[in-house]
Write a protein that binds this ligand. Structure first.
Ligand code: B4P
Length: 189
């Protein structure tokens, strides 16, 4: 069965955590724009040098850069039968671009899963991750800024997908395994 699924949610809502678990269960690759950017930053590629400036400040990387990166990634053979997009689209322009990419392939989305979690919970998770991994964008000031940008630019996208009948809201609180089970149930898997 194909699966073309978007995971959307605030920073710290559990997108990356769940995408890694779901890819095996759904049999499609998890594609995380944040991970691809971080890999480029680590390798000091031209894209990484550019992305780092934005990521360290908690800002979104410009749409044209992000869209091209996703277009290239979705053209890889492993994404032909489906994908789980973690962290993309994040802006209305990215929604339009993804629509165009899928229309060119003659395909479309199957579902958009929104992981919900309140602000105190996500800030707590990201500060805990900062202790363990030291990600440069997991400082309290930058986390608060990322949450503001999410509320302003990304949260409104859920309305677009709700109107298309694609949105499934899933409670992101509780044990990681329980959240995975809830997502699979919402997807009817
Ligand atoms: P991302 O990598 O997507 O970072 P994120 O929003 O913090 O989510 P992440 O997936 O890492 O965290 P998760 O909730 O899984 O983006 C980073 C940056 O890249 C952006 O700020 C932006 O600059 C850039 N970027 C990425 N995509 C872009 C786009 N499309 N356009 C423009 N710019 C883009 O997990 C967080 C923590 O919670 C973890 O430590 C985890 O262990 C913990 N956790 C998860 N589930 C839990 C649970 N159920 N209970 C307790 N803890 C849990």
């Amino acid at each position: 069965m194909t699966a073309r699924i978007i995971l959307i949610g605030a920073p710290g809502a559990g997108k990356g955590t769940q995408a890694a678990r779901l890819q095996e269960k759904l049999g499609v690759p998890a594609i995380s724009t944040g991970d691809i950017f971080r890999q480029n930053v680590a390798e000091e590629t031209e894209l990484g040098v550019l992305a780092k400036r934005y990521m360290d400040a908690g800002e979104y990387v410009p749409d044209e850069v992000t869209n091209k990166m996703v277009r290239d990634r979705l053209a890889q053979p492993d994404a032909a039968e489906g994908f789980l997009l973690d962290g993309y689209p994040r802006t209305a322009q990215q929604v339009e671009e993804l629509d165009a990419m899928l229309a060119e392939q003659g395909t479309g989305l199957d579902a958009v899963v929104e992981l919900t979690a309140d602000t105190d919970e996500v800030v707590g998770r990201l500060l805990a991750r900062a202790q363990l991994q030291g990600r440069s964008d997991d400082t309290e000031d930058v986390i608060r800024h990322r949450l503001d940008i999410y509320a302003e630019q990304t949260q409104p996208l859920t309305d677009i997908y709700a109107k298309r009948g694609l949105l499934k809201q899933v409670d992101g609180l509780g044990e990681v395994e329980d959240v995975t089970d809830r997502i699979l149930a919402a997807l009817g898997r």
